[in-house]
Every structure is written in structure tokens, then in C-alpha cells.
Design a protein around this ligand. Structure first.
Ligand SMILES: O=C(O)c1ccccc1N[C@@H]1O[C@H](COP(=O)(O)O)[C@@H](O)[C@H]1O
Length: 254
């Protein structure tokens, strides 16, 4: 038995960020810092083959308001079938984009900009779609980032209070300053989030090592449900199977 099999499990979500039909990683979300990792469909199939239970799929062109990778996302969902759950984000800002995303068959969508700029619509879709909606809280310090992380979107704790009141079911928290940098997750921020909400929190940004996953798994009893991993996997800092061992595999795989 591995030393990591005991205790509550941390979900892992390998990230696939799409620009112009390619899988990329950005540094701190800055347009123009892309490293290209090839076909998003191939990336998804690789992560599934290696044991992924979730994929965090982002349409960066939609998040930056300059295009769409929905056709590729649709291909991924179709090829993946029931092998994996997909969380989809980027550019979901109105009924049409939300319905198109959910109709693809993704398990849930993350709202970013819309949750900051359109509170009433956000409240209404949370009421309508429940846990198919999560909100991505992308922060620098305590200031939220919107529109491809190019604009400020208010104070994190004020917005959290409003989303709690709207009954938001889950938060995906990204420290933008850590994203794509492999400098370790912002454990303090995640602890504070868990103190302020009883809803599950998915950690995003900065994971660089298996030790970071050990640290995040220790936060599961506080409310951290999962961790999004990007650059560390693509750059081979560790493998997904090794990460799943640390995060705790489901019983059938133990
Ligand atoms: O994931 C990124 O690297 C990223 C970089 C810059 C902007 C957004 C990014 N990702 C995710 O996109 C959605 C926000 O999209 P929108 O504002 O709803 O259109 C959010 O989940 C971000 O984490």
C-alpha cells in the first residue's frame, strides 16, 4: 500500500488551455507568453489514458474576447465520452454561451467575468443550473481579475459574500501571479477561502511538485476539493500517475 492511500482524496484536474486550436500554457495569464503543447484533443486523450478523472478545459481566446475554440472543445467531449468529467471555462458570459457549453456535455462550467460584471444573471443561472455552475475567482492579492485578466473586477471577499448569498456551489480559485510560474500554490489564500465558505474550493495556479500536492491534500479537510495542474505536467516535473498516487486514487485503482 502506498504511503499516500490513507485520508481524504484530492481531485486532480489536468488543465488544457486552448488558443487558436492548440493546447498552450501562459505565464501569469499574459497574452503572448504562450508555450505550445500541440493538439488539445491528443492532450485530453493522454490525460485520460494516464488516469485523469477530471479535465479543466479553458477556451482562452473566448476569455480574451478574440475568438472561440468551442469546436475543439466539442471534439474533446465527444472523444472523451464518459471516461472523464470536464470542467469548461472561458467566455461563458450569457445564456447562449452557457447553453452551448452545457449542451456539449461538460459536467460543469466556470463563470469568470460574468460573475463579476453581471451579478443578477449569475444569480439566476446558479438558481437554474445548480452545481453545473462554478465561479472562477481569479485574483491578484485580494483583487479579482476579469476579461482575460486584463481588468480589475472588485474585491475578492466582497464578491465571495455576494456569491455565497446567491448559493454558488463551488469556487475555482486561481492566484494569477502564480499561474504558469511553478512557484507553488498560494496555501494562505486557499486557507482563507475555506474559512469564509463551506462550499468546495478548487485550487489553481503554481503547482510545481508532488510536495505541493501533499500540501494541498492536507487542506482537503478544510474544504479544498481539487487542484488544477498545468505547466508542471506539460513540462514533466512529475507524471500524472505519480500525482494521482499522491492525491489518493479511487479504491478501484489503489
Ligand atoms: O487559465 C488561464 O491561463 C487564463 C488566463 C487569462 C484569462 C483567463 C484564464 N482562464 C480562465 O478563463 C476563465 C474566465 O473566462 P471568462 O472571464 O469567464 O470569459 C476563468 O475560469 C479563468 O480561470
Amino acid at each position: 500500500m502506498s504511503e499516500f492511500t490513507e485520508g481524504p482524496k484530492l481531485q486532480l484536474l489536468p488543465a488544457i488551455d486552448m488558443v487558436d486550436g492548440k493546447a498552450v500554457r501562459l505565464t501569469q495569464g499574459e497574452a503572448g507568453t504562450e508555450t505550445n503543447y500541440g493538439s488539445p484533443v491528443d492532450a485530453a486523450m493522454d490525460w485520460i489514458e494516464q488516469g485523469a478523472e477530471w479535465i479543466h478545459l479553458v477556451d482562452l481566446d473566448a476569455a480574451f474576447g478574440r475568438g472561440s475554440n468551442v469546436a475543439v472543445a466539442r471534439k474533446i467531449v465527444k472523444r472523451a465520452g464518459t471516461a472523464v468529467d470536464i470542467e469548461f471555462s472561458g467566455g461563458i458570459r450569457d445564456d447562449a454561451s452557457l447553453e452551448a457549453a452545457l449542451e456539449m456535455g461538460v459536467r460543469r462550467v466556470n463563470l469568470g467575468t460574468a460573475a463579476l460584471e453581471n451579478p443578477e444573471w449569475t444569480r439566476s443561472v446558479i438558481a437554474r443550473f445548480g452545481d453545473q455552475i462554478a465561479v472562477g475567482l481569479d485574483v491578484r492579492g485580494e483583487t479579482l481579475a476579469a476579461r482575460g485578466w486584463t481588468e480589475e473586477g472588485g474585491n475578492l471577499w466582497d464578491v465571495l459574500e455576494r456569491l455565497e448569498d446567491a448559493n454558488c456551489s463551488r469556487y475555482v480559485v486561481t492566484d494569477v501571479t502564480k499561474d504558469g510560474t511553478m512557484r507553488g500554490p498560494n496555501v494562505e489564500l486557499l486557507r482563507e477561502m475555506c474559512e469564509r465558505t463551506d462550499r468546495p474550493v478548487v485550487a489553481s495556479g503554481g503547482v510545481s511538485s508532488l510536495d505541493d500536492l501533499v500540501a494541498l491534500r492536507a487542506l482537503v479537510p478544510l474544504g479544498v476539493e481539487g487542484a488544477i495542474i498545468g505547466k508542471a505536467l506539460y513540462d514533466g516535473a512529475f507524471s500524472l500517475p505519480a500525482a494521482l498516487d499522491v492525491a489518493g486514487r479511487p479504491a478501484a485503482h489503489a
